[in-house]
Ligand binder design. Structure first.
Ligand code: GRF
Length: 217
């Protein structure tokens, strides 16, 4: 069992539903997890995802400042007060400043619903279908100032089906996200992931599943 005191303290930033937050909380409930979700921050007072924090008894803060400079000031205060070491963005719909991102370099993770660098930005599933790609998926990466860019930690890939709609495809990608994000966080908090020349190297036993999650169609 991982020493509870030695677990890395993680904050998760959300804006909405919080299903990735839930997956991260469930992962950290495992006796051998190397992370602990110590704080949840939402920029939306009514984010449904806050319920997951409440249910798990995790401290949460609402930072609904509209100006980015103030929002970031509040986030900084909250994460300092909770001794946070790693931040996970999970459906957090605000763009963080270059200064903030740089201060958390290689300690700030994001999940994006596409195989980056394809389909940065919003509405990824519709755009993937329009482009006619055969494979689609999700990416967990370290955040850089450029939006939806940065060293890739884990990607999950799945085959697009001929009759997929943005909704059916999005639902399968979301299920994949819930597997990829905990895996990426664990690689980081266990100290197995490091960034070398803007590439992520993961030490230890590498099975194909740790870099590519490809569920049967
Ligand atoms: C996910 O699709 C994530 O990839 C994107 O925003 C969505 C958040 O969903 N960044 P949830 O709030 O985690 O359910």
């Amino acid at each position: 069992m991982a020493d509870l005191a030695a677990r890395r303290r993680v904050a998760v930033l959300i804006s909405g539903r919080g299903s990735n937050l839930r997956a991260l909380i469930e992962h950290c409930a495992a006796a051998d997890a190397s992370a602990e979700i110590a704080l949840v921050v939402s920029d939306q007072p009514n984010a449904p995802g806050l319920e997951h924090a409440r249910a798990a008894g995790i401290r949460f803060e609402i930072v609904d400042q509209s100006r980015r400079i103030e929002l970031e000031r509040y986030i900084k205060k909250s994460i300092q007060a909770s001794d946070i070491e790693i931040i996970c963005l999970a459906g957090f719909m605000r763009v963080l400043s270059a200064d903030f991102v740089e201060a958390w370099r290689d300690r700030l993770l994001n999940i994006h619903p596409s195989l980056l660098p394809a389909f940065r930005g919003l509405d990824t599933h519709r755009r993937a279908l329009e482009a006619g790609v055969r494979f689609h998926g999700c990416t967990v990466h370290f955040v850089r100032a450029e939006v939806d860019a940065g060293p890739i930690i884990v990607q999950g890939v799945l085959a697009v089906r001929p009759n997929d709609t943005p909704e059916t495809l999005g639902a399968r990608v979301l299920a994949l996200e819930h597997r990829c994000y905990p895996q990426a966080l664990e690689a980081v908090t266990s100290g197995r992931a490091r960034v070398v020349n803007e590439r992520v190297l993961i030490d230890g036993a590498m099975t194909p599943e740790t870099v590519l999650l490809n569920p049967a169609p």
